[in-house]
Design a protein around this ligand. Structure first.
Ligand SMILES: *Cc1c(COP(=O)(O)O)cnc(C)c1O
Length: 389
């Protein structure tokens, strides 16, 4: 059976060059990077090189990169760490209504622990309202956390404009750039970002490796007790092979960014025009002028997205409703909801996310299957039938 993977916002395939770079660290270079002997130093050299590559990729210095188990941990740490280290300034946190669950859920916990959180609304395209931010920010605000690129609809936020306001009020600015890293150049110095979360597996690196960039001087608490790793802030033996792979993935990512963007623009434009032409009753979500080219969110009116996903899966096609975390839970998307979409439209929404390895042939196949299945589902829908009578 044909197999088509259009779920690259959930995770990406490991790059072959990345795997090659990692291999020796699974076999001959197995030292603990905290050990003082030669075996340890060999592992440390791999970690140091990766740290340099990652720092380079985002315009940070190597000492500002702290390894974590991924984007989720980096997001948890940024919020908790800054919130608790800056109690003397205040207990107010600002984020948006469309953040990843690792941000939203951490904020919910912090609220229970006595912090005040403002969840900024977004417009119908998923852009955070700058004027709402201006109204919300106050002297007690310690951290503002806004994502660079939304994982469900691909909308790119105005990070530079937001950072100017945040810095004016003396708060720290955190960016969840997990989805943004593979989409656009991110320079923490130019964009005036204090903390930034990134993850390897969204840019063809291994799963289970990520980092939090923490600008020198930012007041933050330790995340994991138990060792002197990562300057004593995040204890635990480093996952050396994954970190080495993360470094390589970052290096390749920076090198390929503009080529990738162009290719993804061509692929997604082709897909969108085909879907638009062939299937009635659809709409595209997100900000079409300010969007990750690899992410296309489509609403098929009058159908259940979950059903369509299962039918596509039977034809070997992998897509999702938006966030990998929500897909099992049958919980409606908080992102689409914040963008003002009705429950019916949210239920009919599917995310297609592309990679440069995808082809027009694959798109032709998927659109053909979509045409058939969407029509069948609509015919079977009791709501439709009632309306037609
Ligand atoms: C995938 C994702 C995360 C979580 O990263 P993991 O490394 O999978 O924990 C966080 N934020 C966004 C925007 C993501 O897309």
């Amino acid at each position: 059976m044909k197999r088509v993977y259009f779920d690259n916002a959930a995770t990406t395939m490991l790059n072959g060059e990345v795997l090659n770079e990692m291999m020796p660290y699974f076999t001959s270079i197995y030292g603990n990077s905290s050990s003082l002997h030669g075996f340890g130093r060999e592992a440390t050299a791999g970690v140091d090189k990766a740290r340099d590559l990652i720092a380079n990729c985002i315009g940070a210095s190597s000492g500002e990169i702290y390894f974590t188990s991924g984007g989720t941990e980096a997001n948890n740490w940024a919020l908790r760490g800054v919130a608790y280290a800056n109690l003397s300034k205040g207990k107010h946190i600002i984020t948006s209504q469309i953040e990843h669950h690792s941000i939203i859920d951490t904020c919910k916990q912090l609220e229970k622990e006595g912090f005040e959180v403002t969840y900024l609304p977004v417009d119908s395209t998923g852009l955070v309202s700058i004027s709402e931010l201006l109204h919300a920010v106050k002297p007690e605000t310690t951290i503002v956390s806004i994502m660079a690129v939304n994982n469900e609809v691909g909308t790119i936020q105005n990070i530079r404009a937001i950072s100017e306001i945040v810095k004016f009020y003396g708060a720290y600015f955190h960016v969840d750039a997990v989805q943004g890293l593979g989409v656009m150049p991110l320079n923490v110095k130019e964009m005036d970002i204090d903390l930034m979360s990134i993850s390897a597996h969204k840019i063809h690196g291994p799963k289970g490796a990520g980092a939090l960039y923490i600008r020198d001087g930012v007041k933050i608490t330790q995340f994991m007790a138990g060792g002197e790793q990562e300057k004593g802030l995040r204890g635990g033996t480093l996952n050396v092979p994954a970190i080495v792979g993360f470094g390589k993935a970052c290096e390749l990512n920076s090198r390929n960014l503009s080529f990738k963007d162009k290719k993804l623009f061509e692929l997604s434009s082709y897909f969108m025009s085909k879907v638009d032409y062939e299937i009635p009753g659809i709409r595209f979500n997100g900000n079409l002028h300010q969007k990750a080219n690899g992410i296309v969110s489509v609403t098929f009116e009058g159908i259940e997205g979950e059903n369509l996903i299962m039918l596509l899966d039977m034809k070997g096609i992998a897509v999702s409703t938006g966030s990998a975390c929500a897909s099992g839970a049958l919980e409606k998307s908080h992102v689409l909801s914040a963008m003002g979409m009705t429950d019916d439209l949210i239920r009919g929404t599917i995310r297609f996310s592309f990679d440069i390895n995808n082809t027009r042939d694959e798109i032709d196949y998927v659109v053909r299957v979509l045409c058939e299945e969407v029509e069948r589902l609509r015919k079977a829908s009791p709501i439709r039938k009632k309306k037609e009578k």
